[in-house]
Design a protein around this ligand. Structure first.
Ligand code: C5P
Length: 208
């Protein structure tokens, strides 16, 4: 049985947490598509000594392995920035398309979270969610995560970084961050994780 759940939204809105929870609830496979771009970004930075070369990034995207996705340094601010830079390169997006398509069509159900899942990767997904939250709340949440991992960035620095990334993700020509017309909006600004997950779960259950 094919059943795809597409979850999109800006950084730190809660997509990943919701995606992991609903995948566990329904026994679906989960793909955090941001990791694909993070892995390409980090490798492209290493390869070029700090400056991203579009052709090199495209080649890296075409030969990405499972091991690349398990690197421990994919959650850093440097990796986030590099990810959003390589994500604007059409050749990189094209190279990552097949993997995401195949994942979405696997038997037994799949949850993919990212920026363009409902709009470009899986326009025929059975359930589409667009998860958002206000800027200050997203910055607070991401700051807490980064601080727990040893980062000394301030909330203001994290906020500036999120905004720069959102702007780059929303303005790029190829597959920008956008809410698909048929995606259900879930604003998590005032919602606890449990409530947000409960809403997403109810929506999926109603469509299975
Ligand atoms: O979701 P996450 O913050 O890990 O994504 C990192 C970056 O990867 C995003 O800022 C965005 O530029 C890019 N991305 C994308 N399309 C996706 C998932 C992530 O362009 N489907």
């Amino acid at each position: 049985m094919k059943f795809t759940v597409a979850i999109d939204g800006p950084a730190a809105a809660g997509k990943g947490t919701i995606a992991r929870a609903v995948a566990a609830e329904f026994g679906f496979a989960h793909l955090d598509t941001g990791l694909l771009y993070r892995a390409v970004g980090v490798k492209a930075l290493e390869r070029a000594g700090g400056v991203i070369d579009p052709i090199a990034a495209e080649l890296i995207a075409g030969s990405l392995t499972e091991a690349d996705l398990k690197r421990a340094d994919l959650r850093t601010t440097l990796a986030s920035r590099a990810a959003s830079k390589v994500a604007a390169i059409p050749g990189v997006r094209a190279a990552l398309l097949r993997f995401q398509h195949d994942f979405a069509r696997r038997d037994g159900g799949a949850v993919l979270d990212g920026r363009d899942i409902g709009s470009v990767i899986c326009p025929d997904a059975e359930v589409k969610l667009f998860v958002t939250a206000d800027d200050a709340r997203r910055a607070q949440r991401r700051h807490r995560e980064l601080a727990a991992a040893g980062s000394e960035l301030t909330v203001a620095q994290v906020l500036a970084d999120l905004k720069a990334r959102d702007a780059r993700d929303s303005r790029r020509k190829d597959a920008p961050l956008t809410r698909a017309p048929d995606a259900v909006l879930l604003d998590t600004t005032e919602l606890s994780i449990d409530c947000a997950v409960a809403e997403a779960t109810a929506l999926i259950r109603a469509r299975i």
